[in-house]
Design a protein around this ligand. Structure first.
Ligand code: MTE
Length: 288
């Protein structure tokens, strides 16, 4: 955007808005950005998995319009020296925000490339001073049937819970996303704040987070509880480990014509250089 006196005023006004309503037109670019073709705003916001708003791909777009993600607090607890209840605003340091263009590879066999706005998960977690017993980090989505109507149906164990090993969480790649396409996160994409872990299947990237807990033992995650033989704790993108009911070798790129060949799925979604060392010596068929 070209800056003029008028846009300057607009941006100043924008900075006074709550985080969930903001726009960030000029963001620093991350060195980890993929140069793959970015999906359209429409693809990204109308083809979603967010079971709290329905199980169909179009449901979150239709059913999350009334959801009001403000005010929003996040409770931080467990094995750390600086726990507390924080406002969303406490997490968003404007200078730390950047655009991270990552491919989201869903376990169902499709993918899309999303220009997230976010900040480093590791930088955020360090502020809470995890102690030596903090071996894992658990994340929890809001539980509120009146605001998330999909929770009235027992399709999953509510609230949605996800987790990472502490060294995975402290890697440079995961971000807490608060926006996409330079604007505040649309409700269907996990407003006002969600996790994005680019080398793992999309379901690890939990939406609308209200709690972060440092734990000594491996968290019980929603999909792992729902189908332990189908969804492991690690859930690394891995073309050599099939889902019990389908292959993970290829993926359909959302937005591409159906007749186009599928894309070959890459190990760790293409981030082996940054993350393969985290799994040295581990049998990734056993720890899938
Ligand atoms: N987080 C919550 N709370 N509920 C969900 O149903 N679905 C997951 C993940 N995070 C989900 C969630 C799955 S399966 C995927 S593929 C991604 O969100 C999809 O993210 P997107 O809709 O923003 O593309």
């Amino acid at each position: 955007m070209q800056r003029t006196a008028a846009t300057g005023l607009l941006l100043a006004a924008d900075a006074m808005l709550p985080a969930w309503a903001r726009r960030w037109p000029e963001l620093k670019q991350s060195p980890y950005n993929t140069s793959d073709k970015i999906n359209s705003f429409e693809d990204i916001t109308t083809y979603n998995n967010f079971y709290e708003f329905g199980t169909g791909k179009k449901d979150p777009h239709k059913n999350a319009t009334e959801f009001n993600p403000a005010p929003w607090t996040i409770t931080v607890e467990g094995e750390c020296d600086k726990p507390g209840v924080f406002d969303l605003e406490d997490f968003i340091t404007p200078g730390a925000l950047e655009e991270r263009i990552y491919r989201l590879r869903c376990v169902e066999g499709w993918s899309m490339v999303i220009p997230w706005v976010g900040f480093s998960l590791a930088d955020m977690l360090k502020k809470f001073e995890p102690n030596s017993k903090a071996k894992y980090v658990e994340f929890t989505t809001l539980l509120d049937k009146s605001r998330m109507p999909g929770q009235k149906r027992r399709v999953l164990h509510w609230p949605y819970v996800e987790g990472l090993r502490i060294d995975e969480a402290m890697n440079e790649l995961p971000i807490m996303a608060v926006g996409l396409y330079g604007e505040a996160l649309p409700n269907q994409n996990g407003a006002p704040i969600r996790l994005v872990v680019p080398w793992k299947y999309g379901f690890k990237s939990i939406k609308s987070i209200v709690k972060i807990r440092f734990t000594e033992t491996q968290p019980q995650t929603t999909w792992n509880k729902t189908g332990p033989t189908e969804y492991g704790f690690y859930s690394n993108v891995n073309p050599t480990v099939d889902h019990p009911r389908w292959s993970q070798k290829k993926e359909r790129v959302i937005g591409e014509a159906f007749w186009k060949p599928k894309r070959e799925t890459q190990m760790f979604n293409g981030y082996g250089e940054q993350v393969a060392h985290l799994y040295n010596g581990m049998d990734l068929k056993k720890y899938f």
